[in-house]
Design a protein around this ligand. Structure first.
Ligand code: CMC
Length: 395
């Protein structure tokens, strides 16, 4: 009993007040703290974006230096973490490893586990942003059996990630400025997206007063699913499958399957709960995709051609037009990541790395909201009415 609004999937329920990210889904507009994503992706880097999301304003030169230095000071992880990694099979999915590693941070940094203490939250925020690239690179190195690479603090945030991923003790990795910039842009485009499933998970988890690392680990777990962050991996696998079927010539046939509701096949990287127009991040990602492929001399990349062919058909096809299904950020981000050399199973971990700042900004906002309470949804009960337990021999 009780009068509750029933809203499966939260189609029309606002779970919180927020001043961080604004999306106009009909216009295809995305603003972080009022700034259009196009301007941030073009004129700012990820460290500036992190500062903006966490503190509400873009940094000036000094603030940027100070913030970057602070993050840089925390890029190493406790040496014990590598023994924790050893418990995993070498063929473990990187997101399985990441849910474990991020949760395990709670056990290492006791001076930043009290979510109600602003100083603890501040250090936890910096630690998480600083350590995510290290952890993702460690997960990767572990799965391929190479030694872990320590962070190099003279490199940029994105450059350092590329170094930890691709350098070995025998050989330096020469970071290409175009690829570094592309990766930095991927991070900026994924940094926050208001109350999506993983962010809502982080808020709900944090609302119980758990520690910030545990709350972010819950976000990582939620992001893994193919309807959410896992879509970048699923989209690239889909392109690979169509390529195996025969490539661009088979696009029509594949689209028929997508439109057949009984097939269970979706066009991965298409559609969005909020955007009923072109996802602005997808537009920027497509641009970056072209730049990266040109830099690497891969203008004829078959998967990019395939993606463009799929998009062209979808944008003209009544099935997609009538349902307002457009490419989302994950449609092109996988092609960029793959061109950079990031292996497909790691794509969602890169998304998690980038989204961490958004999760923390949202968590901080929630804790600071005087109206915040533990999240506790109600239900419409549809089960058995009251009945009496019968003795075992009478059932
Ligand atoms: N391919 C084919 N049909 C689709 C697709 C798709 N990708 N997306 C939605 N539809 C259809 C859906 O079947 C439904 O049709 P009908 O009205 O006939 O039943 C209609 O479009 C509305 O879709 P919905 O599933 O009710 O929409 P939703 O808001 O519940 O789901 C979504 C949004 C993103 C989960 C969904 O579009 C989807 O599964 N897309 C593919 C996965 C994907 O790319 N996810 C990444 C999202 S963006 C990155 C992120 O933030 O994580």
């Amino acid at each position: 009993t009780g009068m509750f609004t029933y809203d499966p999937g939260f189609l029309s329920t606002a779970s919180c007040q927020s001043a961080i990210t604004y999306i106009d889904g009909d216009k295809g507009e995305l603003l972080y703290r009022g700034y259009p994503i196009e301007q941030l992706a073009t004129n700012c880097d990820f460290m500036e974006t992190c500062h903006l999301l966490l503190y509400g304003e873009l940094p000036d030169g000094k603030q940027k230096n100070d913030f970057t230095k602070l993050v840089t000071n925390h890029t190493m992880v406790n040496e014990q973490m590598q023994f924790f990694l050893r418990g995993f099979r070498r063929d473990a999915h990187p997101m399985a490893i990441m849910t474990g590693l991020v949760g395990a941070l709670s056990a290492f940094y006791h001076d930043s586990t009290d979510i109600n203490n602003p100083q603890h939250r501040e250090i936890a925020a910096i630690r998480l942003i600083a350590k995510m690239p290290t952890l993702v690179a460690m997960a990767y190195k572990y799965t391929i059996g190479q030694p872990y690479m320590y962070p190099k603090n003279e490199l940029s945030y994105a450059g350092n990630f590329l170094h930890m991923m691709f350098a070995t003790p025998c050989e330096e990795y020469k970071v290409s400025p175009v690829l570094e910039r592309a990766l930095d842009r991927i991070f900026t485009l994924h940094a926050d997206h208001e109350q999506n499933a993983s962010t809502s998970t982080v808020r709900l988890c944090g609302s119980s007063g758990t520690n910030p690392f545990a709350a972010i680990a819950a976000g990582v777990a939620c992001l893994w699913g193919p309807a959410h962050g896992g879509a970048n991996e699923a989209a690239l696998n889909m392109l690979g499958d169509i390529q195996k079927m025969g490539g661009v010539a088979k696009v029509g046939e594949f689209m028929e399957k997508v439109k057949d509701k009984n097939s269970g096949v979706k066009l991965m990287g298409f559609g969005h709960r909020v955007y009923k127009n072109y996802d602005p991040r997808a537009k920027l990602m497509q641009e970056t995709c072209k730049e990266v492929l040109a830099e690497l001399g891969l203008e004829n990349d078959p998967l990019f051609k395939l993606a463009m062919a799929l998009e062209k058909i979808a944008l003209e096809d009544d099935y997609f037009v009538s349902r307002k299904l457009y490419p989302n950020v994950d449609f092109y981000s996988g092609i960029v990541q793959r061109a950079i050399g990031i292996p497909v199973p790691l794509f969602t971990a890169v998304f998690a790395l980038a989204r961490t700042v958004g999760w923390i900004a949202q968590l901080n906002e929630m804790i600071g909201d005087p109206e915040y309470k533990i999240g506790r949804p109600r239900q419409l009960f549809t089960g058995a009415v009251r009945r009496d337990v019968q003795p075992l021999d009478k059932r």
